[in-house]
Design a protein around this ligand. Structure first.
Ligand code: NAD
Length: 371
């Protein structure tokens, strides 16, 4: 049995980021983690996602205010990187998103904190259970189709009624990574005629295995699979050729879900003004790349822009709209990460030199000094 005084104290914060309803750890995972650590939760941290304080207490956590949570914790969990770092003890390990944000990196290092930036997780089989980008992208892909279906003024499925028939809507996912594939699966379940496209050749089989048609823009497409499973960056000429080649297919669609991204870069422009002008009025585009610049020339993050009868919805943080399940999956990932980080023998230090943890620490200067 672990000696309580030697256990790490894990603190769970309420989110301050505008519109963020998720929580980093749900009560079911608190219960599991109490075998390894003491868990302190900021009051009402789970309220926005439907997890009341009582559920945390029942799972073995202590509820307190933010200051007490932060000052007692050696590991602080948050969905978004916290901005009130002055109350954190130097040396605290902060586990959150923000791993690609230079401002976050500067702030944590100025305060002498260590940051496990969840976006920096290596995409290896070992790390898969800890992959919040995948779990949250799955929810975003599902939510995008639900949002798109609501915004369309046509139905997705084929219907035959006494009053006449309804043709199924045509949908395409541009970008068939984790989010795009889930959008394809969801649109299929809702009865649309579904297409998919990605610059990675490996995506063809995945799109087809979901029963969707993979669109081949022929000569315009050079396969762009990078060694790390992500797409390689494309030149401006390649992107322009791709836009021209995709336009005739896009002109036939009613729902377009875009999620094309290159990690650390601006999102590729797949739909410019010229392509927009060719789309049928009534077409709805859900742009999941809105936060990294958008896949269309008119995307505004968090806004709906209508041009020539085409609605472009710059979706941001869709997982937060489905906060209960999004939190449950996020929390499962974080719990797997903490089980990897915290040795069962509580007198041992946290495993900061493990390859997965070292990658999450990324360019953290504190680690470089220590190494
Ligand atoms: P992502 O969010 O970075 O990008 C989304 C998609 O956009 C990718 O599929 C990418 O190829 C595509 N894209 C980029 N430029 C494009 C363009 N111009 N036109 C069309 N599509 C474009 O990627 P992601 O969804 O996080 O994952 C990418 C890959 O990594 C997938 O194959 C996924 O299965 C794999 N993956 C592996 C692991 C693991 O091994 N542990 C975990 C998660 C994802």
């Amino acid at each position: 049995m672990a000696n309580d005084e030697l256990r790490p104290n894990v603190g769970v914060l309420a989110e301050h980021f505008s519109g963020e309803r998720r929580v980093a750890l749900v009560p079911a995972d608190v219960r599991r983690l109490t075998k390894l650590a003491t868990v302190t939760v900021e009051r009402r941290a789970g309220a926005g996602a439907g997890y009341p304080d009582e559920a945390y207490i029942e799972a073995g956590a202590t509820i307190t205010d933010r200051l007490a949570t932060v000052s007692s914790a050696s590991v602080v969990l948050s969905v978004r990187a916290p901005s009130d770092l002055s109350s954190f003890q130097p040396g605290t390990l902060v586990v959150s998103l923000g791993g690609r944000d230079e401002e976050v990196a500067r702030a944590v290092s100025a305060r002498g904190l260590k940051h496990l930036g969840l976006e920096r997780l290596p995409r290896t089989t070992r790390a898969q259970a800890m992959d919040v980008l995948s779990s949250q992208a799955t929810i975003a892909g599902y939510a995008a189709v639900i949002e798109g279906a609501r915004a369309l003024d046509v139905l997705l499925p084929m219907l035959t009624t006494a009053a006449g028939g309804v043709k199924p809507a045509k949908m395409i996912a541009l970008g068939a990574g984790v989010a795009g594939l889930q959008a394809i699966a969801t649109a299929r379940r809702l009865g649309a005629v579904v297409h998919g496209f990605d610059v990675r050749e490996a995506a063809r089989e995945q799109v087809e295995s979901l029963g969707a048609r993979f669109v081949s823009p022929g000569e315009a497409l050079k396969a762009q699979d990078a060694a790390n499973g992500y797409a390689a960056d494309q030149s401006a000429d390649e992107q322009a050729a791709l836009r021209r080649a995709l336009a005739p297919t896009l002109a036939q669609m009613q729902l377009i879900v875009t999620s094309a991204q290159i990690p650390g870069r601006a999102a590729p422009l797949l739909i410019d003004d010229e392509v927009l002008a060719r789309l049928a009025p009534g077409t709805v585009i859900i742009d999941l790349a809105a936060e990294t610049g958008g896949n269309t020339s008119r995307t505004e993050p968090g806004e709906t822009v209508t041009t020539g009868g085409v609605k472009i919805i710059g979706s941001v943080n869709l997982p937060s709209q489905m906060a209960a399940d999004a939190s449950r999956l996020f929390s499962g990932n974080v719990r797997a990460l903490l089980e990897h980080l915290i040795p069962e023998e509580t007198s041992l230090p946290l495993r900061l030199d493990d390859p997965i943890i070292a990658a999450l620490l990324g360019a953290d200067p504190t680690l470089r000094t220590a190494a």
